[in-house]
Design a protein around this ligand. Structure first.
Ligand code: C2E
Ligand code: CA
Ligand code: CA
Ligand code: CA
Length: 283
């Protein structure tokens, strides 16, 4: 309600002014940041609740700003979306992540393949090069499409027309998994879910919060039970985000969730973290 406004409003609100200037300067330095290699990726493992083994990892981008230090994606992804830089940035993230997944594969030939999850912003979804770019990145890294999962937020797909779903369907037909991210924060309905070429629902962190204590919140239990049963009926896996305690993990396992992600297992970190985690449970 306060941010944009007219000039007059901004002038009467110094803090809003400072925020606007800060956004402006960050926005201006985004393109050179990509050229200068100031972005890097952290990986957060996804763990199978059935046996605690590593299922994959999500790539999460960070910006090592020369003056401000490390910035989280919430501070610059919206700016990159506004300016269109998200398309080359997103492609860079995809390239790095897919290469990293290939490296993991080569490092542990005997273990089950580690999947790599990459976030896709709405602008990337609308970009005509999505399918060919993705396939090219996979081919160059020699990673099979089935090792990649693209995460699309529920809000990006709300009321999506067929045009928007077609590239996702093409990718899905080639074996790329599609996850519906932040599920439960938007307004998807059953009919909508059926139209989408999904393989996974990623349940938003807000649902796992109610599982922090015993007994768990009875309403949250009912909701998660319902979502899991719906998802499994539609042949979708359920991943839960924001698992911070062993208690939560246990509740969610009992409720039938398939995979989990959160600080309880590991914070997002360098790629070696996942390597040691999965080697540890392979023995
Ligand atoms: P997301 O896709 O929902 O990613 C999960 C976020 O939850 C990450 O925040 C992660 O660090 C955080 N998280 C993980 N486990 C826990 C936990 O146990 N407790 C709590 N409180 N938080 C946890 P992060 O890294 O700050 O990323 C924020 C958002 O930025 C992501 O939300 C995603 O929407 C976006 N993002 C990150 N990387 C990319 C990217 O390469 N491209 C695009 N388009 N968006 C990205
Ligand atoms: Ca995500
Ligand atoms: Ca999410
Ligand atoms: Ca989120």
């Amino acid at each position: 309600a306060k941010a944009a406004g007219g000039n007059r409003y901004a002038l009467s609100d110094p803090e809003a002014d400072i925020r606007a200037i800060s956004r402006h300067s960050l926005t201006n330095s985004l393109p050179t940041a990509l050229e200068r290699g100031e972005f890097f990726i952290e990986y957060q493992p996804l763990v199978r609740l059935s046996d605690g083994s590593v299922h994959g990892a999500e790539a999460l981008v960070r910006w090592c700003h020369p003056l401000r230090g490390v910035l989280g994606p919430d501070q610059f992804i919206p700016l990159a979306e506004n300016t269109g830089l998200i398309v080359p940035l997103g492609r860079w993230v995809l390239e790095q992540a897919v290469r990293q997944a290939r490296t993991w594969q080569l490092e542990q030939r005997d273990a089950r393949p580690v999947l790599i999850n990459v976030n896709l912003s709405p602008a990337q979804l609308h970009h005509p090069g999505l399918v060919t770019d993705t396939l090219q990145v996979l081919r160059e890294a020699e990673l099979e499409p089935t090792a990649l999962c693209l995460e699309v937020t529920e809000s990006a797909l709300i009321g999506a027309e067929e045009d928007l779903l077609r590239p996702l369907r093409q990718l899905a037909d080639l074996g790329v998994a599609i996850a519906l991210d932040d599920f439960g924060t938007g307004y998807s309905n059953l009919a909508n879910l059926r139209r989408m070429p999904l393989s996974t629902l990623k349940l938003d962190r807000s649902f796992t919060r109610g599982m922090q204590h015993t007994p768990a919140d009875p309403v949250d239990i009912k909701i998660v039970e319902g979502i899991v049963s719906l998802a499994h009926t539609l042949d979708l896996d359920v991943t839960v985000e924001g698992v911070e305690t062993g208690m939560q993990a246990e509740h969610l396992r009992v409720l039938g969730c398939d995979t989990a992600q959160g600080w309880y297992y590991a914070r997002p970190g360098p790629p070696e973290q996942l390597h040691s985690l999965s080697l540890a449970d392979a023995t």
